[in-house]
Design a binder for this molecule. Structure first.
Ligand code: GLU
Length: 462
């Protein structure tokens, strides 16, 4: 088995394409197959080097590796030309001199008459002299493939039996006047020459598949198996759109998602194991992945679920790993965090692990270790109680007498304040919390005490 991932480098990697890549990769891993990576950059105007680099970076970030490539179609133009000559020699293609304006006019005419909007095949009827004259006049031409049948049937690995009426499709362009192949042409040649056996891709390509099968057959190449995945929808079943939220892999990364969470989430966009498991490690997903369990109906992108999944993956991280992943986000707010001792950094990570859904939220919790918040109304109310005043006095005394602010010594320290003040429960804990952080909620205080230490504590309590 050999699969491939063949994005067009015209922008950043969309989650839909990432899901396609993932399903191909999962299929190959499950079956012990290989994956080819190919950048389809024959659309010269829209393909950019920046996009190529970002797709490679994003696909690696997601944790997918390929076995062959990346191949660039722009470096294979001679191969496509050779193949064109093969078809020309067989009489399977013809030169089309129609201009964009002529084609546009023909389309309008068909539209008016309610006819299928397909090419008339006009240029296939040109005789030798007319062709020679056009060429002598320097007219530009493309090559079209002659459709030689009325029906195309094939079995789709996801959608089952498919049947297309080819009367609705006109002879299609395979080579443009600028010498660049069209997608349908180069994709077939590459998939055939690269030995691809299974093609899993989005349903948006389905209308092109009959054309591609005709080309395989015209070349005498073995047709691979196709599986077309339903598209990913946003709210209300509409196609996923930027207004729904992030849509590119790099945007998810920037918002603080872990690649493992996105991997798990994307795997479940259209595929579900029989028992509806959700959080699954990579090797389990690979082991259980099966095209038979891939759904024909559109998969809805549930941002809330992804966030939840991310929190689950964050919870599994060691403090070291969480630090590695979240430090860049923390440094944006607290550059001085860089110089903090490692043991303190790790304590902060332990404190925030259960609190965050996204890596970007880390800085919001690191706040507690760098400042005392201004009191809000709830905190002010606590500050004005008699209990607070009593606890505060004992808190200051206890801290002044203490030298050990470690996590282990936190409980004994609080016990001491409890005994001395005669307060317990909310009256005790809320007072300590407000006095040291200014807030009524936040990370566990043992971490705050251990990280900021005696002087800062006394300064905060005032
Ligand atoms: N380059 C095409 C795309 O990105 C590939 C489609 C296919 O998988 O055949 O849409």
């Amino acid at each position: 088995m050999k699969v491939r991932f063949a994005p067009s480098p015209t922008g950043s990697l969309h989650v839909g394409n990432a899901r396609t890549a993932l399903f191909n990769w999962l299929l190959a891993k499950n079956q012990g197959g290989k994956m080819v990576f190919r950048l389809e950059d024959t659309d010269v105007e829209r393909s950019t080097d920046e996009s190529k680099a970002s797709i490679i970076r994003d696909i690696k970030w997601l944790g997918l590796q390929w076995d062959e490539g990346p191949f660039l179609q722009s470096e294979r133009l001679d191969i496509y030309k050779e193949h064109l000559h093969k078809l020309e020699a067989k009489g399977a293609v013809y030169k089309c001199f129609c201009t964009t304006e002529e084609l546009e006019a023909e389309r309008e005419e068909n539209k008016k008459k309610n006819l299928p909007m397909k090419y008339s095949g006009k240029c296939s009827r040109l005789n030798k002299e007319e062709i020679a004259k056009n060429i002598a006049e320097g007219k530009e031409f493309s090559y079209r493939f002659k459709i030689d049948r009325e029906i195309m049937e094939f079995k789709d690995l996801v959608r089952g039996d498919m049947k297309f009426d080819l009367n609705l499709i006109g002879d299609f362009v395979i080579m443009r006047p600028n010498g660049y192949p069209t997608y349908n042409f180069s994709v077939v040649i590459d998939d055939a020459l690269m030995g691809v056996t299974h093609i899993i891709r989005g349903e948006d390509i389905l209308p092109s598949t009959p054309k591609q099968i005709m080309l395989y057959e015209a070349f005498g190449y073995k047709t691979p198996q196709f599986g077309h995945l339903s598209l990913i929808s946003g709210k209300g079943g509409k196609p996923l759109h930027k207004r729904d939220g992030a849509t590119s892999l790099s945007a998810f990364k920037g918002q603080g998602y872990l690649p493992e969470a996105l991997f798990n989430f994307l795997a479940l966009l259209g595929w579900s194991p029989k028992d509806d498991s959700e959080i699954m490690p990579k090797d389990e997903i690979i082991r259980r992945f099966n095209l038979k369990d891939v759904s024909k109906s559109p998969a809805q992108f549930d941002y809330e679920k992804l966030k939840w999944m991310n929190s689950q993956y964050i919870n599994k991280l060691t403090p070291e790993k969480l630090l590695e992943f979240s430090e860049e986000f923390i440094l944006q707010r607290y550059p001085q965090f860089k110089d903090l001792e490692m043991d303190k950094k790790l304590l902060i990570m332990k404190a925030i692990t259960p609190r965050i859904d996204l890596l970007t939220e880390a800085a919001d919790w690191v706040d507690y270790f760098y400042k005392k918040f201004e009191l809000d109304d709830v905190a002010k109310e606590i500050e004005e109680t008699e209990d607070y005043k009593i606890v505060k006095e004992e808190l200051i005394k206890a801290i002044k007498e203490e030298t050990d602010f470690s996590i282990e010594n936190h409980k004994p320290l609080i016990k001491k304040i409890q005994k001395a003040s005669g307060k317990k429960g909310k009256a005790l804990f809320m007072s300590i919390r407000v006095a040291t952080t200014g807030r009524t909620h936040g990370p566990d205080l043992n971490y705050v005490f251990a990280v900021i230490g005696k002087d800062e504590l006394l300064k905060r309590i005032g």
